[in-house]
Every structure is written in structure tokens, then in C-alpha cells.
Ligand binder design. Structure first.
Ligand SMILES: *[C@@H]1O[C@H](CO)[C@@H](O)[C@H](O)[C@H]1NC(C)=O
Length: 343
């Protein structure tokens, strides 16, 4: 992705767009940042010349442009209605417009329909960008105007259930990762309701784990469940680390993915949101099923081990993957240990 100078330039513009928008102090500047970010994401998405990339880029452009239009309209309406103070009216229709636009941009549930379609046409590296970095600016802007209200609660419930149910019948790994991303967006918004810090921790850890898994799939060129048992994945160590990482993404206790989930569960219980957290945790159980299905087809049904397997020095060539995998698998233990040492 970074192979050509143009792409490097676009990456830099992409990053600065996000930085402009998260450090702005007016909605207009935030909109400018989002727009710069979008306009440099399009050439990155379509940088490989094939029809799938182009289709993805076009669909991404259309939905994000609609998001920008709605955001802009909301800001203008807010500026026009003079007596409305920006931080006072958390349930004003203008703010709801702005929020919906941001949710559309980050791909949270009732506005998520573009997300699996766009993801299905791009390479893993671009998918990493879409799942992590592109969510940063909308999430940050969204965190400015969030409170406990019914609108946001219903967004969370939608994201979490759609993330859980959407991945059930998929055979494309990119779509499964997309629905997982929608689900985690729901959890991030829930973390946002607790306080400012939690969602950033959640977002960082989620990005780390999802990057690790996508890098593994990328280096073995795997895009469908049926490819999971093929060539490069055949090395038992590679296979095991990849799938245990999926468990980490699913939030199973000994791994790092459990930490943010734990924080959210605890925070929401302390704020007496028992119904919400019950729904969220119950949807988690459904999602574990489809992670297990991936593992099952790769490790039990199709687990062939040819004697003439090529020597695989996978992790020597993939330091980034090795690093993030190690963190994702042993991170919770490291966090606990340092915590115990410090206190
Ligand atoms: C959704 O997020 C929760 C909390 O991290 C996790 O336990 C669950 O497995 C996730 N589901 C998917 C599909 O990623």
C-alpha cells in the first residue's frame, strides 16, 4: 500500500485530515478535516487497478459524501437557530442530525449497510485502515456530544445485535471482520457513555487486535473460510496464534481483548445500566459461535499436515504481526503484572 510515492502522499494527507478534525474546536473545522480525510482515502482505496477496488471506492465516496452533507446541514441549522447553545441541548434535532452523520461515517449499526460491501472489495491492508483509522475522527467528534439517552442506547443495541447476527452466515473473512467491527463500534460507544478515557483504551486495544489478525490473513492471502486450511496457514504455530487471536478479539478472559470488555461491563453496571449490559453480553455469546466455526473448519475438519511442507519462517518475515500477536495474546497478563508491581 505504501509502495508508491503518491500513496505515501495520500497517507500523509489522510492522517493530517484526521488530526485536523480531532483537534478542531468548531464543527466547521471538523467537517473540513473529515473532508480532507475522505478525499485522500478515495485514491488509496482505488490504487490497485481492478474493478472491485473501484467499486469499493465509489461506494465509499457516495456514502461518506452523504454523511458530510448531513453533517454540514446539521451544523448550519445549529448555527442558524441562535438561541441554541451547543453544549446545552443534547437532544435537539440538529444534534441528532450531526450524530447520525457521524454514525454513518463510522459505520455503526442502523447506518452500517455500506460497510460490508466496501470492505469486501479491498485488500487486507486497506481493510485495516477502514476498520481502525477511519473510525477515529467520527468517534472523537461523536464523543463530544454524547450522554445517556434513548437514541444512543438504541444505537448501541442495534450495533451489538447486528454485529452478532450479521456474521453468522458469512463465508468471507472480510465480512466477518466487518461485522465484528460494527459490534465493537457499539461497545466503543457504550464505553464513551461511561467516561472519556475508556473508549480510547477500548479503541486502541481493538485496533491492535484487529490489525494483528488482518496482517496474518494478509500474509497468507486468505479471504474465505474455505482457504483457511491452505498452504501457508498449515504451520501449526501460525494457525494456533491466528485463531487464538480471534478468541482475543472475541473477548475471552486470558487474552487482551477481555480487558476493554471488562471495563465496559463494570462501568455500565456502576451506572445502573443493567438491561443494556445484559443485552450486550448476551449478544457476545452468539458471536463466539462464529469465531469457533472458523477455528473448527481450520483445525478439526481440514487439518491436514503434509510431510513435505515447506520450511516456514513466517514470523521472521512478519515482525509487525508477531509483535501485535504477542501483545494480543499476553497483554492482559502483562497489564495485570505491571499493575501488581506498581501498587
Ligand atoms: C463484540 O464485542 C464483544 C466485547 O469485546 C466481544 O466479546 C464479542 O465477541 C464481539 N463480537 C464480535 C462479533 O466481534
Amino acid at each position: 500500500m505504501l509502495k508508491t510515492p503518491t500513496n505515501m502522499l495520500f497517507m500523509i494527507i489522510l492522517i493530517s485530515g484526521t488530526i485536523i478534525s480531532i483537534s478542531s474546536n468548531s464543527w466547521f473545522n471538523a467537517w473540513i478535516g473529515l473532508e480532507i480525510n475522505l478525499l485522500s482515502m478515495i485514491p488509496i482505496l482505488s490504487s490497485t487497478k481492478n474493478k472491485y477496488n473501484t467499486e469499493s471506492a465509489l461506494k465509499y465516496f457516495l456514502t461518506q459524501a452523504i454523511g458530510s452533507i448531513i453533517l454540514m446541514t446539521g451544523c448550519l441549522l445549529m448555527a442558524l437557530s441562535s438561541e441554541i447553545n451547543m453544549t446545552m441541548h443534547f437532544s435537539s434535532p440538529q444534534l441528532m442530525m450531526i450524530n447520525s452523520a457521524l454514525l454513518l461515517k463510522m459505520g455503526a449499526a442502523p447506518f452500517h449497510f455500506w460497510f460490508p460491501v466496501v470492505m469486501d472489495g479491498v485488500s487486507w491492508l486497506k481493510a485495516i485502515l477502514l476498520m481502525t483509522w477511519q473510525k477515529l475522527a467520527p468517534l472523537m467528534l461523536f464523543s463530544h456530544n454524547i450522554t445517556f439517552n434513548k437514541f444512543i442506547m438504541s444505537i448501541i443495541v442495534c450495533s451489538v445485535t447486528i454485529g452478532a447476527l450479521g456474521g453468522l452466515n458469512q463465508t468471507s473473512l472480510r465480512k466477518i471482520m466487518t461485522y465484528s467491527s460494527i459490534n465493537h463500534t457499539g461497545w466503543i460507544i457504550a464505553a464513551m457513555m461511561i467516561n472519556e478515557m475508556y473508549w480510547m483504551i477500548y479503541f486502541t486495544i481493538y485496533s491492535l487486535i484487529t490489525t494483528a489478525i488482518a496482517l496474518m490473513f494478509n500474509s497468507s492471502n486468505t479471504f474465505h473460510i474455505s482457504q483457511l486450511f491452505l498452504h501457508k496457514m498449515n504451520d501449526p504455530l501460525t494457525k494456533t496464534t491466528t485463531f487464538v487471536s480471534l478468541l482475543s478479539l472475541g473477548g475471552l478472559p486470558p487474552f487482551l481483548g477481555f480487558l476493554p470488555k471488562w471495563m465496559v461491563i463494570q462501568g455500565l453496571s456502576q451506572n445502573n445500566c443493567f438491561l443494556l449490559i445484559t443485552i450486550m453480553v448476551m449478544s457476545t455469546l452468539i458471536t463466539l459461535f462464529y469465531y469457533l466455526r472458523l477455528m473448527y473448519s481450520a483445525m478439526a475438519i481440514n487439518n491436514l499436515q503434509p510431510k513435505w511442507n515447506l520450511k516456514n519462517n513466517f514470523f521472521q518475515k512478519n515482525q509487525a504481526a508477531l509483535f501485535s500477536l504477542t501483545l494480543s495474546l499476553s497483554g492482559l497478563m502483562i497489564v495485570t503484572m505491571t499493575n501488581n508491581l506498581l501498587s
